[in-house]
Structure formats: structure tokens, C-alpha cells
Design a binder for this molecule. Structure first.
Ligand code: ADP
Ligand code: MG
Length: 558
């Protein structure tokens, strides 16, 4: 008996969007289903390393795509890990990812044309099947178990679970292809997904690098005498091919394949290390922020391969947190095939790879900054805020990272710290900065008056992370970072104090009056030289934690 279940409400919303939106590229459902099949085979292989009883299943991974014109269906079948009943209900009936609500909002806001760009970034890939199908079934058996289950839905808010008919581990996803295609729109047109020629083209275009063979057959079509079973995809690891033979478009397609991004990357890094630690890295800097950049469980973008065998996604062990926006592939010649995350953390070879990747990425950024100013400006706007985390965590490259930073300044221009130093007036030996939560407030701060008058530029730091790194770094080269809000500033040019004026204010008893009026709200009231036009301003005392910093720690739950 089939059990009827409801989709979780977020899943329902995603489904509705999927069904009703016009996609700039409806073909992506093929990519999504193949990538799930490939993930499922990967998972089985990885699991079999620790569960020897699964070893027998984890051989000869393959993906079969079958067209059945008579019944109007397109089927994706894999011999991967499969799902048991509970998994089927939870993986395909709910969306567990933290970004879902944001995804739904972004989808609703997006113009129909760009909605397709968002799919995949959020792990709602499976539901893309409903772009082309009005009924989807999943027949699946979990490796190591002996009962098959079938999931079925028309995308209407409910799905059913029933006994399945698969006889071996893996999943078979059957799409009943929609009939009434929107033929009028130029973009977002559904193709004939029951045409072998069409599907072959889509697989070649989007899934050529999938490392398991994808076979395409048309049911009922007679095979020619000498026709051999040949995979549609080349499976050829792009990074092993001579780089000069690879077209930009191939690199970009590969990037889109591994990143689930729909745009081209901003920059590409290819690196082959030889000698004691041999590896190849093909890395990309995306041209826009992924949605999960600031989520705690957000993905890192680097995949680890060992001698051309895929080992893991999301390899945090090879790339520091502050470079988590970099996507790509690292293929090591030396690591052992059954390496685990825990082992990677201890592995000397892995840490060597990590430090050369950092070296390479920072060099690339420095070069971009020097030679491609406009592109770097875009990079900085997109990922600068993440890169700055490295000033806190990566002591070894601290000065280098500060050097890459682009700051707003009280002179109204963006500046690097090097330019700042070059342009300092004689006598200035410190780097002044002011932190706050909005650039506009900083620009208008009375604390800047004395600086402006003396021609001393002040870096205006308005990202939450600024306060923290600047407190960690304290110095760049031989120059101290000094807050323009600090209590005892000695600005350059010897400072002529207007003693007389101060004495008069002192005599008038004004200071005491203000102090009495403010009571416990302030610690002290003092006459200051820092102001030019404004009557008063608040400053921090000595080393105390600033208001921005206090808020930050509060938001981190400390
Ligand atoms: P993602 O692939 O980003 O996790 P999807 O929506 O594409 O998101 O798939 C949701 C989940 O459903 C997957 O994480 C996986 O656990 C399960 N799944 C989908 N397709 C398959 C398959 N062919 N074999 C096994 N599990 C699958
Ligand atoms: Mg997927």
C-alpha cells in the first residue's frame, strides 16, 4: 500500500517555484540528476573503505540514461549507495539546508530569466527534475540492505512511498516528460527531452568530466551489428591534459560543473608542483559570492583527488577558511587512497599542499591587483571581507594580506596601505584608522576633524571584521595601527596647543558641569585638542574594547 506524505513547507515552495518559473536554462535538470548519481557512487566507494562488507558493491560505478519514447519517459539510473525508506522521505521530502529560506526569497525576487542560476547552489538540485517532468519516481535500494522503495510525486505538494522494484543497490529516477511545452519563448524553451541527439548533447556539454561512464540508450531502438557500448562522456580529468590544448570554454564548463555556479569564473589558477610533494591544482576564483559564504556549514570549494581518483568534496583541510571562496580540484600523487579527514589534518604532505596553495593564490591576487586593477576591484568587493579574516588567522601571511586590502579613507578615496604610507605627511609614523558600523557615519565623524586639518589621512573601516583584525595586527611593516578614536593621540607636526583657550574653559567650570550632568554614563570629561568645528566627541579609553567589538562578540554569543 502506498503511503501518502506531505512535503515540508519549504520544499513545497521550492517545488512550486521550480514548476512555475521560466528558466534561462531548463537543461540543467540533466546535470543535476547526473551529479546526484555520481555523488551516490562516490559515497558508496568512500563508505566501502570503512565497511568491507560493502566492497563488493563499490565496483564499476556507472550511470545509465534511458529514453523511452513510447511511455514518454527519461530515466537516470546509477549503481551507487541508494536510499532506505527513512532517507528517501527525509532527503527528497525536506530541505535541510540552512539557506533554503534565502533561496526561496532570492528565487521570488529574481527575474524569471536568472532564476535558473540559483538552482544547485542551495542543494535543491533534485527538484529541478520537475522543470521537465510532470511526474517523477525514484526506485531505490540502499547498498547492504535488501528492500527497494519507490518515491513518487507529481510535484503537487505530496508524494507517496511504496514498495520498489529495484533488484540491486542504487537508484532509478524516472521522469515523465511534460507534453505541453512552451514553444514560444526563445529563452527557457523546453527541448525535446526524448530525443537521443538532444540528451547526448546536454550530457556532453555539462557532464563530460563526470568520472563514471554515462551510457545513453533508446529503448526499442535496434542496435547495429557492430555497435559497442560507449560512454557519452569523456571522463577525462581536465587537469591532466596539456593546458595549452584546453579552450577557455572547456575550463569554464569545468568550473561550472564543480562549483554549481552558472557564471564564468573571474580568474583561473593552474599549478603543478613537482619534487617531494607532487600535485596538480586547478583552482578558480568565482565572479560572485556563493549564497553560503557566511553560513557555518557552508561548503568549501576544493575537491581532493588522489592519482585521478575522487576522494572528497569540500576539502577544508587543504585550504584555509579565509580562502573558502576558491573552487577547484587538487590531485595529489603522494597521499594514500584511504586517507580520511582526520588523517589529512595531521598529514605533513597535506599541510605542504595547503601552504603552496595559499602561496599561489596570494601571488595570483597580488598580480591581479597590480596588473588588472578593475578586476581586482571587483574581486575585492566580492571577497575582500572574507580575505580580511586571514589577517586574524594567518600570521604567516599577515602583512601580505594587509597589503592586498583596499580601504576607504577620510580623504574620500580608496587606498591601499602602501599608498597610505607613501602619502603620509612628514613626521607621521603611524597608520590611523577609525572603525564603525557605517561608512557614512565614519565619514562624518567629528573625530576626523583634527586629522583633516593636519592633512593626515585616516582609514575608514566599516566591516565588522575590521575591528578585530586591526586589533590583532597592531602593526604593518614598522607602522603601528592607531585608532583615531583613542584617547591620547599625538598627531604629527608638533601640535601647537592653544593653551590659553583651554585654561579659560577650565576656569569656567564647564567640564565639571558636563560631568555632573552625564554622571555614570561617561567615565571622564576632558578638554581636547582633537576637535576643530564640533563641540564634543566620545572617545575610548586606553585599551578598552570598543562598542563595535562589543557588539561583534555579543553576536558571536560571547
Ligand atoms: P544535493 O545533491 O545538493 O545534496 P539534491 O537535491 O540534488 O541536493 O539531492 C538531495 C539528496 O537526495 C542528496 O543529498 C542525496 O542524499 C539524495 N539523492 C538524490 N539523488 C540520489 C541518488 N541518485 N542516489 C542516492 N541518493 C540521492
Ligand atoms: Mg544534487
Amino acid at each position: 500500500m502506498a503511503e501518502k506524505r506531505e512535503f515540508q513547507s519549504e520544499a513545497k515552495q521550492v517545488l512550486e517555484l521550480m514548476i512555475n518559473s521560466v528558466y534561462s536554462n531548463p537543461d540543467i535538470f540533466v546535470r543535476e540528476l547526473i551529479s546526484n548519481a555520481s555523488d551516490a557512487i562516490d559515497k558508496l566507494r568512500i563508505e566501502s573503505l570503512s565497511k568491507p562488507e560493502l566492497a563488493g558493491y563499490a565496483k564499476n560505478g556507472r550511470i545509465d540514461v534511458t529514453i523511452d519514447k513510447e511511455s514518454g519517459t527519461l530515466t537516470f539510473s546509477d549503481n551507487g549507495i541508494g536510499m532506505n525508506k527513512e532517507e528517501l522521505v527525509s532527503f527528497l521530502g525536506t530541505i535541510a539546508k540552512s539557506g533554503t529560506n534565502e533561496f526561496i526569497r532570492a528565487m521570488q525576487e529574481a527575474k524569471s530569466g536568472s532564476a535558473g542560476n540559483l538552482i544547485g547552489q542551495f542543494g535543491v538540485g533534485f527538484y529541478s527534475a520537475f522543470i521537465a517532468a510532470d511526474n517523477v519516481t525514484v526506485d531505490t535500494m540502499k547498498a547492504g540492505e535488501d528492500k527497494a522503495w519507490k518515491w513518487e510525486s507529481t510535484g503537487d505538494g505530496t508524494f507517496t512511498i511504496d514498495d520498489g522494484s529495484r533488484a540491486s543497490n542504487g537508484s532509478t529516477i524516472t521522469l515523465h516528460i511534460k507534453k505541453d511545452e512552451k514553444k514560444d519563448e526563445e529563452e527557457g524553451e523546453l527541448k525535446d527531452y526524448l530525443s537521443e541527439w538532444t540528451i547526448r548533447g546536454i550530457i556532453r556539454e555539462y557532464s563530460d568530466f563526470v568520472s563514471y561512464p554515462i551510457y545513453l540508450t533508446e529503448k526499442g531502438r535496434e542496435k547495429k551489428e557492430d555497435e559497442k557500448e560507449e560512454p557519452v562522456n569523456s571522463m577525462k580529468a581536465l587537469w591532466t591534459r596539456p593546458q595549452k590544448d584546453i579552450k577557455d570554454e572547456e575550463f569554464n564548463e569545468f568550473y561550472r560543473h564543480i562549483s554549481h555556479d552558472w557564471e564564468d569564473p573571474m580568474e583561473r589558477i593552474y599549478y603543478r608542483a613537482e619534487g617531494t610533494c607532487e600535485f596538480t591544482a586547478l583552482l578558480f576564483i568565482p565572479s560572485r559570492q556563493p549564497m553560503d559564504l557566511f553560513y557555518q556549514d557552508g561548503r568549501h570549494g576544493v575537491q581532493l583527488y588522489i592519482r585521478r581518483v575522487f576522494i572528497m568534496n569540500d576539502c577544508k583541510e587543504l585550504i584555509p577558511q579565509y580562502l573558502r571562496f576558491v573552487k577547484g580540484v587538487v590531485d595529489s600523487e603522494d597521499l594514500s587512497l584511504n586517507v580520511s579527514r582526520e588523517m589529512l589534518q595531521q598529514d605533513r604532505m597535506a599541510s605542504q599542499i595547503k601552504s603552496s596553495l595559499v602561496r599561489k593564490i596570494l601571488d595570483t591576487l597580488a598580480k591581479m591587483k597590480k596588473e588588472k586593477g578593475e578586476e581586482f576591484a571587483k574581486f575585492w568587493q566580492t571577497f575582500g571581507i572574507v580575505l580580511k579574516e586571514g589577517i586574524i588567522s594567518d600570521l604567516r601571511h599577515r602583512d601580505e594580506l594587509i597589503k592586498l586590502c583596499v580601504f576607504e579613507s577620510s580623504e574620500g578615496k580608496k587606498t591601499s596601505v602602501e599608498d597610505y604610507i607613501v602619502n603620509m605627511p612628514a613626521g607621521q609614523d603611524k597608520i590611523y584608522y577609525l572603525t564603525g558600523s557605517s561608512l557614512k557615519n565614519l565619514q562624518n565623524s567629528p573625530k576626523l576633524e583634527a586629522f583633516k586639518k593636519k592633512g593626515v589621512n585616516v582609514l575608514l573601516l566599516s566591516d565588522p571584521v575590521d575591528e578585530i583584525w586591526v586589533n590583532h595586527a597592531r602593526k604593518y611593516d614598522k607602522y603601528d595601527f592607531v585608532s583615531a578614536a583613542a584617547e591620547n593621540l599625538s598627531l604629527p607636526e608638533g601640535e601647537k596647543k592653544e593653551e590659553k583657550n583651554n585654561v579659560e574653559i577650565e576656569k569656567s567650570g564647564l567640564v565639571k558641569k558636563i560631568k555632573d550632568a552625564l554622571g555614570a554614563l561617561v567615565e571622564d570629561v576632558k578638554i581636547s585638542d582633537r576637535l576643530v568645528d564640533s563641540p564634543v566627541c566620545f572617545v575610548q579609553k586606553g585599551e578598552e574594547i570598543s562598542p563595535q567589538m562589543r557588539n561583534f562578540f555579543k553576536s558571536m554569543g560571547q
